[in-house]
Structure formats: structure tokens, C-alpha cells
Write a protein that binds this ligand. Sequence first.
Ligand SMILES: Nc1nc2c(ncn2[C@@H]2O[C@H](COP(=O)(O)OP(=O)(O)OP(=O)(O)O)[C@@H](O)[C@H]2O)c(=O)[nH]1
Ligand SMILES: [Mg+2]
Length: 355
Amino acid sequence: MGNVDWNIAATAITAVISSIVAWLFTRHLTKGSQATTINALEVQLISLKEKNVQLETQHNLIQKDLEKSKVIIDQLKDKESQLLKIHDVLKRAGVATTYHQPVVLVGPRSVGKTSLLTQWNAPWNHAKLTPTTTYKMSHVPIHDFIDKDLKPHFACPEFLTQNHVHLALKLFDFPGELSYQEKICEIIVKETEQVKQNTGKNLGIVIVCMFDCEEIVNGLSSETYKYYNGDLFKNIRRMISHSQVSIDKLVIVLNKYDNLKKHYDKNNINDNELLELCIDKLEDTLKLLHGICSPGKVCELFTILSREDMIFNNQGATIALGEVSRHFVESFIGANATDKIFEHRATNVAAEKFL
Ligand SMILES: Nc1nc2c(ncn2[C@@H]2O[C@H](COP(=O)(O)OP(=O)(O)OP(=O)(O)O)[C@@H](O)[C@H]2O)c(=O)[nH]1
Ligand SMILES: [Mg+2]
């Protein structure tokens, strides 16, 4: 019994000692791993502290940027309200577009080309005229209207606004000398191209052929015949066949009617008869213009354009203006509205000479 107990006690003691040794060993091991963990945590802590410092620095920078952004936002808000005001003004102001009908005044010396131009663009100018020495271009306003389609504003293209359309003549006056006919041809070609391009319409040139109609009394002067027999009209015909020019209207202006009338005062002949007589007498010269446009585009009228006694004596300048403008204005606002603006028409007796 005593032996058995001792064995049990020895076994128990051995187990207890083993457990103690194991516990001590484990404890030793645990202490080692805890130290490692602590070290790792300390390293992490240091790095987190560094990160914290970095984040704080970043935070401060962002804070500063935010302050700056707030200032910029306030400035942009001011700008926005300014722009809205400008938009409002632009919307009400609209844009203006000007289109020009090119018109050339041709004829020999002293028939009254510059007199017609002056009555159209500066009728208040009564100064004495001198022969034209070089060609000159002037603008003559003919009609303004507001387009039914809105147009992008040039200052802010996404903004559609009212389009105020101005229609005007681009009027060319030349010295009445043969040598200038080459220049006239050059201008006709250039202007035909430009009017089509600028308007996007199938438009052309208007030619005003001027005559001193008193010449029919004694037969046309050789200067007049030579002028209309010059290269100008031959070249125009050639250029038309090459589609380089197109003529929308030919207005025959029989100027100095006051002088002509004096010769027929006693003959009891009315204006229409006198006009037919003139066209007959001009037949040979008008034949030189044959083919530059269709008969339907030809018209003629008497004018008195002298500056003396201008208010009471003048005749025809307004009708002539209507005739040079009519086709052009019609292409923008239609025939009915155009007829209301240019009520009076010239006659087209000369058309038969163009058949
Ligand atoms: N009696 C009369 N004189 C006119 C009339 N029209 C113009 N004149 C005069 O004729 C002269 C010549 O007129 P202009 O207009 O200079 O003639 P133009 O065709 O321009 O002449 P150039 O420039 O030399 O080619 C001027 O003295 C005008 O006052 C008219 O209807 N009747
Ligand atoms: Mg002149």
C-alpha cells in the first residue's frame, strides 16, 4: 500500500513538475512573442504618427486651397451675374447683316452717271460736278427688315438673337472713257462671284446704261456709238456664256430729258410717244447690248438729274432706284412686299430690241 501510494505520488509529482516546466516554457515563449508584437505595434505606431503628420499637412493645404476656391467661386458668381446681364443686352440688341446688290453705272462722258449716283446717295449735295477721273464705289441703303429666323450672336454664338437685315446697293461709277471698260469687266466678274457667295442666292449684277437722250435729235454722237460698241459688252456676252457673270437687270436711263423735251414742245407729243421714238432712234446702239440679258430684264425711263432747280425739275431717280433694287429686294422679302416699297415701274419698250 505504501509503495502504491508512493508510485501514484511520484507520478503525480512528475506530472505536476512537467506541467510547471511546460507552463514556464510556454510563458517564456509567450513573453517572447508579446515582445515581438509590441515591437511591431510600436513600429506601426511610429508610421501611423508619421502618416498623421502627413495627413495634417495635407489637410492644411486642402484647407488653404478650399479658401482660395471659395474666393474664386465668389468671383465666378460675380462674373456669371455680369454675363447674364450682357446676355440680356445682346438678346435685345440683336445682330445686323448687310447684303449688297452690285450695280455698275456705264455710259460715255457727261451723260449723267455721277449725277444719278449723287441723287441716290447724297441728294443734299448741290456742288458743281466735275468729270469723274477714276472709278468710285459708294453704298446706297435701299431697305431694312427684321429676319423671321433668329441668328447666332457673333459675341456669343450659342445665343440666338434677332437679325436686322440691311439691303443696300454697292454702286460703281466710272469715267465715261473706253479705257475704263476693262476695269468694269473685272469688277463685274468679281462682284458676280461675291453677291452669290455673300447672299447664298442666285443673284447677279445690275447694269445701268446711260444716254444723253438729247442726242437723238441730231443722231447719236460717235462717242456714244463707240462706247457701246466697245469691248465691254462683247466681253460680258462671252463671260455669260462661261457662267462667269450674270446680269439680273439692264436699266436704260435716257437722261437730260429736260433738254430733249425743248425740241418737241411744239409737236404735241406725249411722254410715251417720245419714249418710243427714242428707243427707235437708239435701235442700232441697243443692238450692241443684245444678248447680255433676256428681254424681260430690260427696262427704260427718262430722267432729269441736273442740280439746277433740283427740287422742282428732277425726274426718274426714284423709279430708277426701284428698278435696280427690285429683283434683289424680292429675293429677300417676296414680290408683294417689294411692290409696296417700289410702287412705280419703268417701261419695257426696249425689250423688243433684245428679242
Ligand atoms: N440739263 C441737264 N443736265 C444734266 C442732267 N444730268 C446731268 N446733267 C449735267 O451734265 C453734266 C455731266 O454730268 P455727270 O453726272 O458729271 O456725267 P458723267 O456721266 O458722270 O460724266 P463723266 O464722269 O465725265 O463720265 C453735269 O454738268 C450735270 O449737271 C440733266 O438731266 N439735265
Ligand atoms: Mg462722272
